[in-house]
Design a protein around this ligand. Structure first.
Ligand code: IP8
Length: 264
């Protein structure tokens, strides 16, 4: 399989942290998704069609903020649109995300996944029109050398606004477009996008038909909750899945899990 057989998996911050308890990792949940990633063989080239046989890792992991980044972002009034020029706010938000990232990377390494950290604050930026510049040389280079890059939602320079939040969802779509990912998955706390009866919606092709069912995120989340995720993935223009933690193994094995989002 060629180097461009790439899966991008986002671990939702609500999945891997206790969202109601500041800077607390949900150890059981994180260990369970880490085990699913390690067992899949996608990261290390043992998964047949899902991984590269040229030594390239077949996986990029992105994780969200949960009770790490979002708590500090809310405290400093920083969102994807409201910025700050306060350096202490920048290090508070970014520092929390680095702490979570280092836990995720350590757990993945402990399970045998060749995970390495990549911090968006050092590479990405938005212009005055909020257009994202996202250089991919580091991520692509690490992946080509067999490493699994692990990125995270972060704060990034934003022309005229100081820094604003860059969500993990935007990173996923940005990387998927630039690196031609073949599979994109967002692991959330729920088994898919739910309709107003609480049932998983199998397929979403445009936002309006599901807007009413998607309400706001219940806990502190400066980047839009489920509605934001669906909109990001519809904008991607290629198929993606939203699913719950129990479906990570199935997704990495190539199964159709949760909700298929296809805005193409
Ligand atoms: O949880 C946001 O990432 P997300 C990260 O993917 C910060 O929206 C810094 C709040």
């Amino acid at each position: 399989m060629a180097v461009d057989s790439l899966t991008i998996l986002k671990l939702g911050g609500s999945v891997i942290t206790d969202k109601d308890c500041p800077e607390t990792v949900d150890d059981d949940a994180l260990d369970s998704v880490v085990a699913a990633i390690a067992d899949s063989g996608v990261a290390t080239g043992d998964a047949g069609a899902s991984a590269g046989d040229d030594g390239a890792a077949g996986l990029i992991v992105v994780h969200g903020g949960g009770s790490f980044g979002h708590v500090h972002a809310a405290e400093h009034g920083v969102s994807t649109t409201d910025g700050t020029h306060n350096p202490t706010a920048v290090t508070a938000i970014h520092g929390a995300m680095k702490r979570l990232n280092s836990v995720v990377v350590d757990r993945l390494q402990g399970a045998g996944v060749p995970a390495v950290p990549v911090h968006p604050l050092s590479t990405a930026a938005r212009d005055a029109e909020s257009e994202l510049s996202l250089p991919t040389a580091a991520v692509a280079g690490l992946r080509a050398e067999g490493f699994v890059p692990v990125l995270h939602g972060d704060v990034v320079a934003h022309a005229g606004a100081g820094v604003t939040v860059l969500s993990g969802d935007e990173l996923v779509t940005g990387l998927a477009e630039r690196l031609n990912a073949s599979r994109v998955g967002l692991c959330s706390t729920v088994p898919g996008v739910l309709d107003s009866d609480g049932d998983v919606i199998e397929t979403i092709r445009e936002f309006e038909s599901v807007a009413a069912a998607l309400g706001d995120s219940e806990s502190t989340d400066v980047s839009g909750g489920m509605a934001g995720k669906v909109q990001e993935l519809l904008a991607l223009g290629s198929p993606a899945h939203i699913f719950g933690p129990d479906a990570v193994a199935g997704f990495l094995a190539g199964a159709d899990v949760g909700t298929l989002i296809d805005g193409a």
